[in-house]
Design a protein around this ligand. Structure first.
Ligand SMILES: [Mg+2]
Length: 189
């Protein structure tokens, strides 16, 4: 068990190092069927503890590893239950939870965007605007990576010049190794 742990941790670290080397400065992560394995439908009525059980371990580990490397992290989701996701972050990461930006389809967000939400671009743009306002950070499109299970969203992200990873049901620490390889093959082109 402990040997597996070390291996898993090293796979997470290798991915984060590859992202960092590529110049990624923002990890934008979808929620349903990406951070968690199920679809909460944006209407989760059960306890946070029951939601914690649905969190994918590898995705859970990726977030603090990115933060530690200085990569910003945002959850970008069509779910309107931003408060629920923030509670989940607190449950998972304690004090570091506040470092994770959550951008969901809340009423104010939808209104700000005239109810025109295509893929996750509006969410990402909103996060980048916040980072600029609050931290004077200017992050370029090719310094953003989206992890999402929906190919419409990953394709849209690529159109806007972001990196994108289509999250499949079997995503795991081993898949992280394949994702790391994507950077090497793309950047050598
Ligand atoms: Mg999803």
């Amino acid at each position: 068990m402990s040997a597996d742990k070390v291996t898993d941790a090293s796979k997470v670290k290798a991915l984060v190092n590859a992202m960092h080397k590529q110049g990624i400065r923002l990890l934008a992560m979808d929620f349903d069927q990406t951070l968690i394995s199920i679809h909460s439908g944006g209407r989760w009525k059960e306890t946070i503890e029951n939601l914690v059980k649905e969190v994918r371990p590898c995705m859970k580990d990726l977030i603090p590893a990115c933060l530690e490397k200085g990569i910003y992290v945002a959850i970008v989701t069509y779910s309107a239950q931003s408060w629920l996701i923030k509670d989940l972050m607190k449950n998972l990461y304690d004090r570091d939870a506040s470092k994770v930006v959550v951008r969901g389809n809340t009423a104010d967000f939808l209104e700000r965007n005239n109810y025109e939400i295509n893929g996750k671009e509006a969410h990402i743009t909103d996060v980048l605007t916040c980072l600029y306002k609050n931290r004077h950070e200017i992050i370029k499109p090719n310094e953003v990576i989206l992890f999402d299970d929906d190919t419409d969203n990953t394709n849209e992200a690529k159109k806007f010049g972001h990196w994108a990873v289509e999250v499949k049901e079997d995503i795991s620490y081993d898949t992280f190794t394949e994702i790391s390889a994507m950077f090497q093959s793309k950047s050598s082109k």
